[in-house]
Design a binder for this molecule. Structure first.
Ligand SMILES: Cc1ncc(COP(=O)(O)O)c(C=O)c1O
Length: 394
């Protein structure tokens, strides 16, 4: 039998894909009454009404047919205008391709870049999907891990990152603000990484789906630093973005990719062969989300900032906890003294104190001993979770 085929005849690399450990913990416990569920990474409030109304209006206008592979021109133009204002440079429509979610964008970028035997180096701990797409392509996903400094802030050893690359490295993957870490890559590190990628001809993939969730920034619109602020239009840079987090649209499945102009045709084909086009009427709702959604984004981020402050203060004071200070995204990632099985510990927290968290092992081997708490919830729930966790962790 072909070594790369599994018993059932499917490709071995597909058989080897791990299931989600977050779901492994969450699914058997979802029905539990009174459980504070902070395990998944999604906003707590539904999509705002004005975005839903835009979708309804688009349906009434019969935007129900196939559309352009790379997205309806109005949405691409709206994103081009938004991104140009956000980054203070001209990001033309020819650099924008709409995708059917951030996840779909990540998969297409892997398809565009990775061949069997290539490798990608990711900064971790990281949301597992970013690396598994590479394995689907029979390529290798490597990881260089952030370390927590004595000041509670994550640090990336840039030399370690560069040393992990070799002549089969096609891309470095950076997710900042980071899931699960809350790490925000400082501008100086972004510049050093971009310079190194230019020098070695390595692609830089930046997952910036949490860019609007930054709590310690002085950039306009309260956003995190982006590679798009410093890159040139023809740099080998691909930036992934999504409507899911900023506009509370996780179920709508809409995102976008920013890429060099000469990659447009390749992404056009990849969209064609994956999904043909992102859902047409959803794209019209996306236009309204971006155009009219700034107040919503600002209010949401302010709420999460309050939640983050509560978590930093209360969880940070618990004796068994070593907490990384989340500078962005909406997660607290913390180590628990004496805990060595995060999946079992997640179940114990559910059973004993009624709090549902994600096990650190879901985000790579070196996430073992850690837990992730999503604070994109209402403030009362976050405070109640702190009250419940205190007897176990305090
Ligand atoms: C780092 C990161 N990238 C991408 C995504 C994908 O978001 P979506 O597929 O909902 O756009 C997520 C979702 O949790 C994420 O955490």
């Amino acid at each position: 039998m072909d070594a790369r085929r599994a018993e059932n005849g499917l490709r071995q690399s597909i058989e080897e894909l791990p299931g989600s450990l977050i779901r492994h913990v969450a699914e058997p416990n979802m029905h539990r009454e009174g459980l504070l569920k902070l395990w998944f990474g999604e906003p707590d409030v539904p999509t705002p009404q004005f975005i839903k109304d835009a979708a309804t209006a688009a349906l009434d206008d019969n935007h129900v047919f196939y559309a352009q592979n790379r997205g309806v021109p109005l949405l691409r133009q709206t994103i081009s205008t938004y991104a140009s204002a956000l980054h203070g440079s001209d990001i033309g429509i020819d650099r924008i391709t709409i995708s059917g979610s951030g996840m779909n964008a990540i998969m297409m970028v892997s398809e565009a870049l990775m061949s069997a035997g290539d490798n990608m180096v990711a900064v971790g701990p990281i949301w597992p999907n970013c690396k598994e797409t590479v394995r689907i392509m029979d390529a290798e996903a490597r990881q260089v891990s952030l370390r927590l400094g004595d000041d509670g802030r994550w640090q990336l050893d840039m030399d370690e990152l560069f040393d992990a690359c070799d002549d089969r490295t096609r891309a470095i993957f950076v997710n900042s603000p980071g899931n699960p870490t809350g790490w925000v890559m400082p501008r100086a590190d972004q510049q050093a990484l971009l310079d190194e990628c230019r020098r070695r001809g390595i692609w830089l993939i930046a997952d910036e789906v949490y860019i609007r969730f930054a709590y310690e920034t002085d950039l306009p619109l309260g956003r995190a630093p982006s590679f798009l602020d410093i890159a040139k239009a023809d740099d080998r840079l691909i930036v992934i973005n999504s409507f899911s987090k900023s506009w509370s649209m996780t179920g709508w499945r809409l995102g976008w990719i920013t890429h060099p102009v000469d990659c447009g045709e390749a992404f056009e084909k990849l969209v064609e062969y994956n999904i043909a086009n992102p859902t047409t009427f959803v794209q019209y709702a996306g236009v309204v989300a971006i155009r009219d959604g700034e107040d919503f984004v600002t209010e949401t981020v302010e709420r999460y900032r309050r939640n983050r402050d509560i978590v930093v203060q209360r969880l940070g004071a618990m004796k068994r906890v070593t907490l990384s200070r989340p500078e962005g995204a909406f997660y607290a990632f913390f180590a628990v003294d004496g805990m060595t099985d995060s999946v079992a510990f997640a179940q114990k927290l559910i059973d004993d104190v009624g709090v549902g968290l994600a096990p650190g092992r879901a985000f790579s081997e070196d996430g073992e001993g850690w837990m992730r708490l999503c604070f994109a919830a209402d403030t009362a729930t976050v405070s109640a979770a702190m009250d419940r966790l205190d007897p176990v962790l305090g």
